[in-house]
Design a protein around this ligand. Structure first.
Ligand code: ASP
Length: 373
């Protein structure tokens, strides 16, 4: 089926999903016309009003699991540290946390029970970037990604080469599979088929584990920081999709998808279904939309709408909407920020002069709440 036929078919048969998307677009268009001046938005060709150097509103934002990461990054930026070093310091805490099963040590493994990590960094002032993909046995891939950026002429190292590069730079080789993640993986193996050789009882099951890892868990941390001079950097790090095929690389280490930053405009980064993001290069697209005058929230919702429009039928719900989660975290050079999510409710973390907190993400679609839509 061609894209055109696909869209026509969907409009005919999935009217609710289409209307929801149209409403979001129409709302975005009206907002952009009516509220743009009030929110300091810029029309193409219009001169942007930016604070003077030294007066930009210092800020760090991240995915919801990075509340502490934003606080660390913000404090470091306030102490005069480089914005990228601040982001990497923030996400390192999450990479080291065995209880975050979506990032670094304790991350859920691939289908063979091996943890494989993806990460990338982007430094606004120098417009440079680096990444590692499918790296094993190295706890802090964001730090390795920063070294790729700083000490090589390359942008992305993968697999065994990335690991050797890390070891050559003094990183320790260690087993990243925690007992908790191993048990979750084993349980998944047993659940695959009644017709294979994985039979018998697994013994006592942790109820929290069963609840947490019932489906296909995902997760990641993205963190971005803005300093008082208007410099922006960002970083994304993840163990990727649980139970993935070994060697699978998601969006997180891909510049333009899992993260992107233009020091003149702002940054965007993602968590959620990487394959959907990779097919739309959403972080790059969102920064370009901000360049053309959209607010962070409008740009984020617009890229989610594009993803929804391009979603294949096998990944749509009965109403024609994407059946997966995808989130973006956007920061514009003038200090505005937003989180957006395919399916609300969702939230993200912020630290700025008003303190450290979670804020609600703007949603393209709302999950039905109890008692009705
Ligand atoms: N975006 C990550 C990936 O696809 C996973 C996630 O954020 O849930 O690898």
């Amino acid at each position: 089926m061609s894209n055109q036929q696909h869209r026509e078919g969907r409009q005919g048969t999935d009217r609710r999903g289409f209307l929801a998307g149209s409403a979001a677009m129409a709302a975005g268009a009206i907002l952009s016309q009516q509220g743009s001046a009030a929110r300091g938005e810029v029309r193409p060709g219009q001169e942007r009003q930016l604070p003077a150097a030294g007066e930009f509103p210092v800020k760090s934002i991240s995915s919801a699991n990075g509340r502490e990461a934003t606080r660390i990054a913000y404090d470091l930026v306030m102490q005069g540290k480089d914005t990228l070093d601040a982001c990497v310091a923030g996400v390192t805490v999450v990479e080291n946390d065995p209880n975050d099963t979506s990032v670094g040590y304790g991350g859920l493994p691939n289908e063979e029970g091996v943890v494989e990590l993806d990460s990338a960094v982007m430094h606004g002032p120098s417009h440079s970037c680096g990444g590692v993909a499918s790296i094993r046995d190295i706890k802090n891939p964001a730090q390795v990604a920063r070294l790729v950026m700083k000490t090589t002429d390359h942008v992305l190292l993968v697999g065994e080469g990335a690991k050797r590069f890390a070891i050559a730079n003094g990183f320790k080789e260690e087993n990243l599979l925690t007992e908790r993640a191993r048990k979750a993986w084993l349980r998944w193996k047993h659940s695959l088929s009644d017709n294979d050789d994985w039979v018998g009882e697994l013994g006592e099951e942790d109820p929290a584990l069963l609840e947490a890892f019932g489906g296909r868990p995902t997760g990641t941390i993205h963190c971005a920081s803005l300093n008082a001079n208007g410099d922006i950097s960002c970083c994304t790090t993840t163990s990727g999709l649980a139970w993935k095929i070994p060697g699978r690389v998601g969006d997180s280490p891909i510049i333009g998808a899992g993260l992107y930053c233009d020091n003149d405009i702002g940054s965007c980064g993602s968590t959620g279904r990487g394959e959907a993001n990779l097919k739309n290069l959403c972080s790059f697209a969102a920064v370009e939309l901000m360049r053309n005058g959209m607010s962070p929230e409008q740009a984020g919702l617009e890229v989610l709408k594009r993803v929804a429009d391009h979603t294949p039928d096998r990944l749509r719900d009965d109403d024609g909407r994407p059946n997966f989660g995808l989130n973006f975290y956007l920061l514009s050079k003038d200090g505005r920020h937003a989180g957006v999510t395919m399916w609300g409710p969702g939230r993200f973390a912020v630290t700025d002069a008003d303190g450290t907190r979670h804020e609600e993400s703007a949603a393209l679609y709302e999950r039905p709440r109890r008692g009705g839509r």
